[in-house]
Design a protein around this ligand. Sequence first.
Ligand SMILES: Nc1ncnc2c1ncn2[C@@H]1O[C@H](COP(=O)(O)OP(=O)(O)OP(=O)(O)O)[C@@H](O)[C@H]1O
Ligand SMILES: [Mg+2]
Length: 264
Amino acid sequence: MLKIESIYKTFNAGTVNEKTALNGVSLHLKEGDFVTVIGGNGAGKSTLLNAVAGVWPADEGTITIGGVDVTRLPEHKRARYIGRVFQDPMMGTAATMQIEENLALAARRGKRRFLGAGITKAEREEYREMLKLLDLGLEDRMTSKVGLLSGGQRQALTLLMASLVKPKLLLLDEHTAALDPKTAAKVLAATETIVQRDHLTTLMITHNMRDAIAHGNRLIMMYEGRVALDISGEEKKKLTVEDLLAKFGQATGSDEADDKLLLG
Ligand SMILES: Nc1ncnc2c1ncn2[C@@H]1O[C@H](COP(=O)(O)OP(=O)(O)OP(=O)(O)O)[C@@H](O)[C@H]1O
Ligand SMILES: [Mg+2]
């Protein structure tokens, strides 16, 4: 479903601020793979997701989504394949519109039917069922303006919207990091439910090693613009935080994992 082949990205090339953020990353995801991504600050995690989404062109390498070579496609043309949720709860929803209007907009993505035609009763029922799943009480507030919601509620709504029209890829960049622990757990549980139900191919960045271990069928750790660890199957199921730290040390020859990942 996703083939990332030898991607390189250097920012501010030729200046004192030159930074190679991706240094030959290759990664293949099968349909339905749920991959958690960890790594210290500046390891290149967000840059990897941005490369897939087409925020800017990569310097070298190719990216294929569901068999389509998107390497030269601009962001808005790749958007039809991709659902994204970022760290910032203010992004991804329209604050001045109602919850049901936001959902209706997401449902009409890439279609010719716009909101002008109104939301049907059947659609409203469908949205109510989806919102129930989040367990945040939003199903009773469907005509509330999104700007009135809490960060966690908005983030959960963004997640629903990103997955409403089943995307080929779901990209989550620390989407629970700005939330209080209880809400973060609810949004993470909703993520798990949606990803499993729709069999979504997913990349989820997190700074929480326990979340990275608990979710998904595969875990990658990035270090200095490369994939330093790639763990899946039975090995992933048995994994502990201690294993992860030890493996990180072996793979990179570095012992910075403790500070940078556990405390970072
Ligand atoms: N648009 C940009 N312009 C210049 N430098 C950038 C840009 N985006 C990322 N970088 C740099 O590339 C490196 C990798 O950044 P990236 O955001 O991918 O890290 P990250 O692994 O997501 O870290 P964090 O855990 O802090 O979010 C960093 O040194 C960062 O400063
Ligand atoms: Mg990041």
